[in-house]
Design a protein. Structure first.
Lengths: 162, 347
């Protein structure tokens, strides 16, 4: 009973915030809309039963990455942006792509309404921990080293020559 | 339990929790004024009510009746939204905090835990909500369009992002010992005592380093002295809330003190055995004592907060950053490694 209501509320919120993200002129409003998108996505994950993914979505995206976005906008004191008159490439490529996507959606939804269902793996925290730290330990650690190298690269690039 | 009863029970619990929490917040402010006054050899508020006990009421009235100024050059939508965000996020985290075992509600006959909702990722929920609390402060400073608030909120963002890391890593030790992220199960894992004397609280199970890292990082997260650089009066007027007045200012105030209460609750739950304590006497006393122990422990943490405020001077900004990254974080990681080794050897 409660699940469909919550789904429609947060799905609408998510899409509305995503549209608002594009429509806003001020970068800080766009960044805030993106936070709303992230948080509503995490509620959608929660409704699917993936509570760990939902929490990590909020902690990492809304709590860390978006804070950095806002921090940079504040630090640069970025003002309102001017809207351009649109580019010809976007018109030529974008319109067919959008109509193709819309047609595809209509076709899929019309063919088999409500045909989607969840897989077996629901993603409780313990299962994810077993996957990350036992079955896929090496790829997981290699990924962290990769991120560390990227950070060090950024530090080296940003360093001022004495 | 059908869903109408579920909603009714939830609403009852939410209303009770909010009323108790906001009253506690108001009286924490009074406690702070009284204690700091005594530390500085003064009396503190004494005029309103006996011992100044009605002072929070007078303060609240004053906040409501003051003129609500909005300066001319602020970015209005965010200037108004920022204090609301701050307070909403602060109040949200209390939803997952358990304060005792379950009770059966009279009239409805429903057995319900003493907690608004029991989620099995309670700890992650707290960290997630805590990580959102930076937005209220950051946006308040930015939308004020004035130099001191901007400096204050820049400091706040950098400080909170840095110390959040140590805060999260410090809690991993507790999670390793308990093997769960549910706050209720973490407390249950701390029941009992060795030789009937030393309670099996996490602080006595080798988490003392984790506790101090957590406490230090939590002080920084709540922007309290000695980490209150975002609002340091001596250099930044009042930091991020310089341009705020009336109820909007009160919302930041409520948010800060709510965060203090939450940190007290979390420290009690994770390191000091939650509501566990000696239980004796008739049945009614046995039912009430756990809640009393919980409240007592949280009170001690609030006392500690105020005591430290009355004792320590403020850090310099570079000291704050160096302390967070070069000392606290390595210590937290070392705590995780040692606890992990101990758990692995014990298992």
């Amino acid at each position: 009973m409660l699940h469909p209501i919550l789904f429609f509320v947060f799905a609408t919120l998510c899409v509305a915030a995503a549209v608002n993200l594009l429509a806003q002129k001020h970068p800080i409003n766009s960044a805030l809309s993106l936070i709303v998108v992230m948080v509503s996505l995490s509620v959608l994950y929660l409704l699917l039963g993936a509570e760990f993914v939902a929490a990590v979505q909020v902690i990492v995206y809304a709590g860390a990455i978006m804070v950095l976005f806002i921090f940079v906008i504040m630090l640069l004191n970025a003002g309102e942006e001017e809207h351009t008159h649109g580019s010809r490439v976007a018109l030529l490529l974008g319109l067919p792509a959008v109509s193709l996507f819309a047609g595809l959606m209509v076709w899929v939804l019309g063919r088999r309404p409500g045909g989607a269902h969840l897989g077996e793996f629901l993603g409780p925290t313990k299962e994810i921990a077993h996957l990350l730290f036992r079955d896929f330990l090496l790829p997981f650690e290699v990924t962290s080293v990769l991120i560390l190298i990227a950070i060090m690269g950024a530090v080296v690039l940003a360093r001022r020559e004495p | 339990m059908d869903w109408t009863t579920y909603i009714l029970v939830s609403v009852i619990k939410i209303v009770i929790t909010l009323v108790v929490l906001l009253t506690a917040v108001a009286y924490t402010v009074l406690l702070e004024r009284k204690l700091v006054a005594r530390i500085q050899n003064r009396w503190g508020p004494t005029r309103v009510g006996p011992f100044g006990l009605l002072q929070p009421l007078a303060d609240g009235l004053k906040f409501i009746l003051k003129e609500d100024l909005v300066p001319a050059n602020v970015y209005k939508p965010l200037f108004i939204a920022a204090p609301m965000m701050s307070m909403a996020v602060a109040l949200m985290s209390i939803a997952v905090i358990p304060i005792g075992e379950s009770v059966t509600l009279p009239w409805l006959g429903v057995k319900t835990p003493l907690q608004i909702t029991d989620v099995n990722i309670g700890l992650l929920f707290l960290l997630g909500v805590g990580s959102l609390s930076v937005y209220g402060i950051a946006l308040a400073g930015w939308s004020s369009n004035s130099k001191y608030p901007l400096l204050g909120s820049l400091r706040a963002s950098a400080q909170m992002v840095s110390y959040e890391l140590s805060l999260g890593v410090a809690l991993i030790g507790v999670v390793l010992i308990a093997g769960t992220l549910s706050l209720r199960e973490i407390v249950d894992a701390q029941s009992g005592a060795w030789l009937g004397l030393v309670p099996k609280w996490n602080i006595f199970r080798g988490q003392i380093v984790g506790f101090f890292v957590f406490l230090t990082a939590a002080f920084a997260e709540t922007n309290r002295i000695p980490f209150d650089l975002p609002e340091s009066e001596t250099e930044l007027v009042a930091g991020y809330h310089t341009e705020y007045s009336s109820m909007k200012f009160a919302m930041f105030f409520i948010a800060e003190y709510t965060h203090m209460v939450t940190v007290g609750c979390v420290a009690t739950l994770l390191f000091f055995g939650g509501w566990h304590g000696p239980s004796f006497g008739p049945e009614i006393l046995r039912a009430l004592l756990p809640v009393f122990w919980f409240v007592l422990k949280v009170f001690l943490f609030l006392f500690l907060y105020i005591w430290i405020r009355g004792t320590l001077p403020r850090f310099r900004y570079d000291q704050l950053m160096a302390f967070g990254w070069k000392f606290l974080l390595p210590l937290a990681i070392a705590n995780v490694l040692v606890t992990g080794l101990a758990v692995a050897l014990g298992a």
